[in-house]
Design a protein around this ligand. Structure first.
Ligand code: VGL
Ligand code: ZN
Length: 195
């Protein structure tokens, strides 16, 4: 059983948002097409309380719970999303992965949910390649899921030039398949949503 994971396709990570990823909005049409090929689609949201610890160190305030910036991009088709997993909700600990916080103490429930649905293979797309996509993929591999990252359906923040390319190589090195949306769209039959 395959699942598609949409990582943090939220306004603040798109042009005009507070932590904008260049071309972040361009993943949306690709993610919408990909969703049609899966029986199970889940999504994550970066979902910070106001004053989250990461706002004082690494990042400008972003994806604050209940704000427009934290909403899914309006053009993203969410009609097939079976469940949304929230991350970064602990005021003191950040959470790049959709599965666990950065200290690996708290689970979002995503791993158990996927297992309960019989999922063996996950396909990951979204924002940002060099943070939340990367850590989600590395945790998926660690949890034993066969993991593919749909490279052209992701974009990176590039705090440092080359971060995105390095993240792709790190994911590949850890055992992820790096794939293109075109391959999947050609090879896969349309899915029948379970939800
Ligand atoms: C992200 C930085 C801070 C992401 C989230 O979704 O990649 N990056 N919070
Ligand atoms: Zn965040």
């Amino acid at each position: 059983m395959d699942a598609l994971i949409l990582v943090d396709i939220q306004n603040d990570f798109c042009p005009g948002g507070s932590l904008a990823v260049e071309g972040g909005d361009r993943v949306v049409p690709v993610a919408n097409e990909l969703q049609k090929k899966f029986n199970l689609v889940v999504a994550t949201k970066d979902w910070h309380p106001p004053g989250h610890a990461s706002f004082e160190t690494l990042w400008p305030p972003h994806c604050v719970q209940g704000t427009e910036g934290a909403e899914f991009v309006a053009a993203l088709d969410t009609s097939r999303v079976a469940h949304v997993f929230l991350k970064g909700t602990d005021p003191a600990v950040d959470s790049y992965s959709g599965f666990f916080d950065n200290e690996h103490k708290r689970s979002t429930g995503l791993g158990d949910y996927l297992r309960a649905q019989g999922v063996t293979d996950v396909f990951i797309c979204g924002l940002a390649t060099d943070y939340c996509v990367k850590f989600t993929a590395l945790d998926a591999l660690r949890l034993g899921f066969k993991t593919s990252v749909v490279e052209d359906a992701c974009r990176g923040v590039e705090v440092n030039a080359g971060d995105t390319a390095r993240a792709v190589e790190e994911m590949r090195g850890a055992g992820a398949r790096i794939v293109r949306s075109g391959e999947l769209l050609r090879a896969r039959r349309d899915g029948v949503p379970a939800a």
